[in-house]
Design a protein around this ligand. Structure first.
Ligand code: ADP
Ligand code: MG
Length: 259
């Protein structure tokens, strides 16, 4: 589904250039859940922006379903994107925030159909995320976890086959984070979506993923690719299994030098 091959990215600053990614290669199978882990500054966000076609790369190639991503074609294909902060529009209600991308995509004819049909889907998603009573509330009336759920609904409402998530649960408390991990898995298990998920939590990556791409500190390169063979569907109890702890331990072993 997603092919990242020998990717290199430098940022040109006034006085220096910063090599953010170097020789990054990995593959994301259609319908799989793949996480990228690595310390802060190793280029995870850069990589996701490059896959989304929002920023250009200096070397190598990225393709989605065989079509090259060139750094200028963001918006040509339907991707869902979830950022670390929910980035909601404060003057719009929950439902209106979820519908925001639909308004744009219907207006520029990327999506067919009328707004009304999407309104139902938006309401369903909001309900599925446990926010039915808050559909008309404004972002300031919601907790951080609830706001992040709204942003997840917004990324799902146009039903993109691929979703890119950049540390979506990084700012949440441990309880909310676990609950949203579980909810995200349920959504993914029911759909045929491909998810590329960035996190610095090795536990979260192992729990969620089929594959974990382990990156080195900057310049980000791929240190290893771990196959996570825990059975699915995964309940939170998986985190008590010895195999889970073994895999998390293996992931930590790559970061001994920075711990
Ligand atoms: N817009 C930018 N301009 C210049 N340097 C950047 C920019 N974005 C990121 N960088 C640099 O690239 C490196 C990787 O950053 P980033 O992709 O944000 O890492 P991560 O998401 O893993 O924390 C960092 O060293 C950062 O300073
Ligand atoms: Mg980042």
């Amino acid at each position: 589904m997603i092919d990242v091959s020998n990717v290199r990215k430098t940022y040109e600053l006034r006085e220096q250039s910063v090599l953010a990614l170097n020789r990054v290669t990995f593959h994301v199978e259609s319908g799989s859940f793949v996480s990228i882990v690595g310390p802060s500054g190793c280029g995870k966000s850069t990589l996701l922006l490059a896959v989304a076609g929002i920023i250009p790369i200096d070397g190598g190639a990225i393709s989605i379903e065989g079509a090259p991503v060139c750094g200028k074609n963001a918006g040509e294909r339907l991707l869902g994107m979830v950022f670390q902060r929910p980035v909601l529009l404060p003057w719009r209600s929950v439902l209106e925030n979820v519908l925001f991308p639909i308004e744009i995509l219907v207006e520029n004819k990327t999506l067919g159909g009328n707004l009304r049909s999407y309104r139902e889907r938006a309401a369903e998603l909001v309900e599925m995320m446990g926010l039915a009573e808050f559909r008309n509330a404004y972002p300031r009336e919601l907790s951080g976890g609830m706001q992040q759920r709204v942003s997840i609904c917004r990324s799902l409402v146009y039903d993109p086959p691929v979703i890119l998530m950049d540390e979506p649960f990084g700012a949440l408390d441990a309880f909310t984070r676990q609950r949203l991990n579980r909810e995200l898995l349920e959504i993914w298990e029911r759909s045929a979506k491909t998810i590329l998920f960035v996190t610095h939590s090795l536990e979260e990556a192992v729990y969620l993923s089929d594959t974990v791409v382990v990156m080195s500190p900057r310049p980000g390169t791929v240190r290893d690719i771990l196959r996570i063979d825990l059975k699915r569907p995964r309940s939170l109890d998986v985190r008590n299994s010895s195999r889970y702890h073994e895999l998390v331990g293996k992931a930590y072993s790559y970061f001994q030098d920075i711990l």
